[in-house]
Design a protein around this ligand. Sequence first.
Ligand SMILES: *Cc1c(COP(=O)(O)O)cnc(C)c1O
Length: 378
Amino acid sequence: MSEASFVFGEKPIGIDSGQGVTVTDDSGNDYLDFGASYACTPLGHSHPTVTEAVQEQAAELTYVQGSYPVDVRSELYDRLAALAPGDCEKVWLCNSGTEANEAALKFARHATGRSKIVATMQAFHGRTMGALAATWKDEYKEGFGPLAGDVEFVPYGDREAMSEAVDEETAAVILEPIQGEGGVNPAPEGYLGHVRDVTADAGAAFIADEIQTGVGRTGDLWAVEGEGVTPDVVTAAKGIANGLPMGATMVRPWIAENAGNHGSTFSGGPVPCAAANATLETLVAEDLPGHAREVGAAFRESLEGIAAETDAIRDVRGRGLMVGVEVKTGANPVIGGMAMNHGILALPAGRTVVRFLPPLTVTEEHCQRVVDALESTL
Ligand SMILES: *Cc1c(COP(=O)(O)O)cnc(C)c1O
């Protein structure tokens, strides 16, 4: 069962179409999409530039295997190399977030010749055996073991615990610059820099999982850039092709040079590559990260305004347009009420956090509608 059908279990919403920040259900009701299906449509639904790129590419060459060079894929390699944090300029393409992390973990193990992975409590890295092993929640792991083990979990944000866990046996530390699924938990100031230092000292790889935080969401193209940190591996997916299946593992040369043997039939298919090129080009040309920073700051300020007036809200946190509101009552009733009574879609992050990951094109007016709806629902 999908997470969406869990959230809307009692009143399923069948979605028929989407334009910009709005989706329309099969009874003709409009919803302001502040979940963007888990941050997958940063440009909004059915963006004309992406649609056109996909249609043209599908008509020209829908698919050819990744070992034949094609222009649209070469263009994406170049684009990602130019946009990646620091020198994480060697790129492996895949079809989802979990695969991007799976590759990251494999590359790190091969390049270091070590096996131990350090991950963080509350982390979410995906559902395949390796990424799942580095994911925190037991609920996601129960009955699937043994996973691709040798993972040690440390409290997120705890510098000392990180220093202690990372040693000469550690292949990699994997973490999210802001934990998404785990409750929208931003890394404390200086923490990512500390992780960078500790991993560099131990000869371990620092993998930043930017599958949710990346592609402009937090106000920078990549959240690690906001902290001035260059990891060894950065993974992206979700919004990178505005809704087409695409994942990317971007690595520094020392990892790329000794990454081992890896591949996937659909790696870098021409149609998702065309969508990713169109998405990234538009995102940069329109400075949507800058827009996310500004609108997101105003959004959080308004949310803090209502938080000050009600004890139903425990905390407002996040960066850019990755926003979490911790509510006393539990997230799902609030999300259900906002959907049914106000036509607003949001997501849970754990049991108590209402999470907003809207298209990066939303305006302050859209945000105000959400703030009013949340206030009225609470
Ligand atoms: C969604 C997510 C994943 C997994 O991506 P899938 O495409 O669902 O496999 C991994 N890491 C983070 C941080 C995510 O938000």
